[in-house]
Each structure stands twice: as structure tokens, then as C-alpha cells.
Design a binder for this molecule. Structure first.
Ligand code: ADP
Ligand code: MG
Length: 253
């Protein structure tokens, strides 16, 4: 049962789950990596939005998360900042300069995957993730359908720490062994409600099944949605473990 209350800024929140970390007051006390904090400042973000204040500490604490907040509330940075920060803290990927400069034929092995329903959204998340990753050495790559795969594959072959993808194109790439999901530490599903509305559930389940194969790295999973209908509740209980649920602000259905 979720607890409903007003937070200290009078924002209505609902929270459930064990050991929920306290919301962050500002970006500076969210525990973000230095470089990420600098990038937040260069984006002109002064204070975190309500969903950012509540979600960032949960993701930073390594917890699975189901977060609902309305469109325009700043969900992208709410997951991007802690994920970029976590990857920075973890250190460099195995992709060295030599492997980057010459094309390697092995599948790309991103450590973070963000799934989004449309090419426009994937492109937006890609842009934002790139800004937050500036001067961290992390590579962000985007993959969506409706356009030839060639340029996206060329980009992937240079290495990808964060892959932002639409489900259909990702399944295609995984089946062609262009992307391996075995190193995924962070899985984000953005606009999960829209992804289900668009019929992507089979592709999403295929992708998650790949990550659940034995010997794969331990994964942190986050679902973001503007609404919380029963199908999303089912997705959350299937994909998340020991998770924290938050609703921030007033949310439909
Ligand atoms: P949502 O995914 O919840 O619909 P977005 O992440 O797309 O919302 O953010 C909406 C807009 O608010 C974007 O233009 C984004 O750059 C801006 N934004 C996000 N967080 C902040 C912040 N802390 N301060 C100022 N602007 C922000
Ligand atoms: Mg969004």
C-alpha cells in the first residue's frame, strides 16, 4: 500500500517500498559524480524537479524503481544523471582507443540500456544523455527503426556504454549479433505505458529474457511512466525486484 503525502515542497507524492532513501534537496547533494554535476550546471539546471529529487537518490542507492510522473516533469534527467554517474564511478569500459579507432566485429556490449517507444523520444534521450556524459569518456549511441541500420551499426562498432533504443530495432540488432546485452547493469524503460500501447510488450520481454540468461551481470531496472494502469503494474512486478514505487505530482489513471 502506497503512502500518500505532501513532500516538504508541498508536492503530492506516493511512496511504497522498503528503506526508501530521502529525497535530494539539490543536485549537489544527490551524490552525482563531479563531471556529471558540472554538466548539469552547463545545461542551466539550477534545481532538481520534484521527480528528480525523489528518484535520483533511489537510483543512486542501486534500487529498482517504478516511477510515475506527468509529461514534462523532467524524468529523463531523473534516470540519466544517476546512470551516467554510476557508470563514471564504475570506471572505464573495456573499449580502449585502439578498439575504437578500428572497427571491431564483436557485438557492442553496452552497460546501460534505455528503451523508448519512438524514434523522436530515443533521439531526445540520446541528446540529453550525451550532454550529461560530456567529458566523462562515456559513449552514448542511439538505435531506432525507420531508417537504415548502417550508420547506427558503425556508431555501435566504435563502442557504446549507453545505448538508447526503440524495442523493435534493438531486437533486430540483438538477433543479428550486433549488440550483446550481457554487460547491462542499468535497464531503463522510459514511457513504459506508451511502449505497451504501441504493442512493444513481446519485444520488451524478448530483450529482458536475454538479460536474464545465467552468468549475466546483476542488473538495476527502472520503469518510468506517465500513467500507472494494471498492465504497467504487471510489467513492474515481472521485471523489478525489491523495488520502490513512487508517484510524484498528480498522475492520470
Ligand atoms: P518528461 O520526460 O518527464 O516528459 P523531460 O525529461 O523531457 O520530461 O523534461 C522536460 C523539460 O524540462 C526538458 O526541456 C528538460 O530539459 C527540462 N528540465 C528537466 N529537468 C530540469 C531542471 N532540473 N531544471 C530545468 N529544466 C529541466
Ligand atoms: Mg520523457
Amino acid at each position: 500500500i502506497a503512502e500518500r503525502r505532501l513532500d516538504k515542497y508541498d508536492i503530492p507524492v506516493e511512496v511504497s517500498g522498503e528503506g526508501v532513501p530521502a529525497p535530494a534537496e539539490g543536485f549537489a547533494d544527490a551524490g552525482l559524480a563531479e563531471a556529471v554535476l558540472r554538466n548539469v550546471t552547463s545545461c542551466g539546471y539550477e534545481n532538481p524537479t520534484p521527480v528528480q529529487r525523489h528518484a535520483m537518490p533511489i537510483v543512486m542507492a542501486g534500487r529498482d524503481l517504478m516511477a510515475c510522473a506527468q509529461t514534462g516533469s523532467g524524468k529523463t534527467a531523473a534516470f540519466c544523471l544517476p546512470v551516467v554517474s554510476g557508470l563514471v564511478a564504475e570506471g572505464r569500459s573495456g573499449v580502449g582507443p585502439r578498439e575504437r579507432s578500428s572497427f571491431n566485429r564483436a557485438a557492442a556490449k553496452p552497460r546501460a540500456l534505455v528503451l523508448a517507444p519512438t524514434r523522436e523520444l530515443a533521439a531526445q534521450i540520446n541528446e540529453e544523455a550525451k550532454k550529461f556524459s560530456f567529458q566523462t569518456g562515456l559513449r552514448v549511441v542511439v538505435a531506432y527503426g525507420g531508417t537504415p541500420m548502417y550508420n547506427q551499426l558503425r556508431d555501435l562498432e566504435r563502442g557504446a556504454d549507453i545505448l538508447v533504443a526503440t524495442p523493435g530495432r534493438l531486437v533486430d540488432m540483438v538477433e543479428r549479433s550486433k549488440v550483446s546485452l550481457e554487460a547491462i547493469k542499468y535497464l531503463v524503460m522510459d514511457e513504459a505505458d506508451r511502449m505497451l500501447d504501441m504493442g512493444f510488450e513481446p519485444q520488451i520481454r524478448k530483450i529482458v529474457d536475454r538479460m536474464n540468461m545465467p552468468g549475466k551481470s546483476v542488473r538495476q531496472t527502472m520503469l518510468f511512466s506517465a500513467t500507472f494502469p494494471p498492465e504497467i503494474q504487471r510489467l513492474a512486478s515481472d521485471f523489478l525486484s525489491d523495488y520502490i514505487f513512487i508517484t510524484v505530482g498528480r498522475v492520470g489513471s
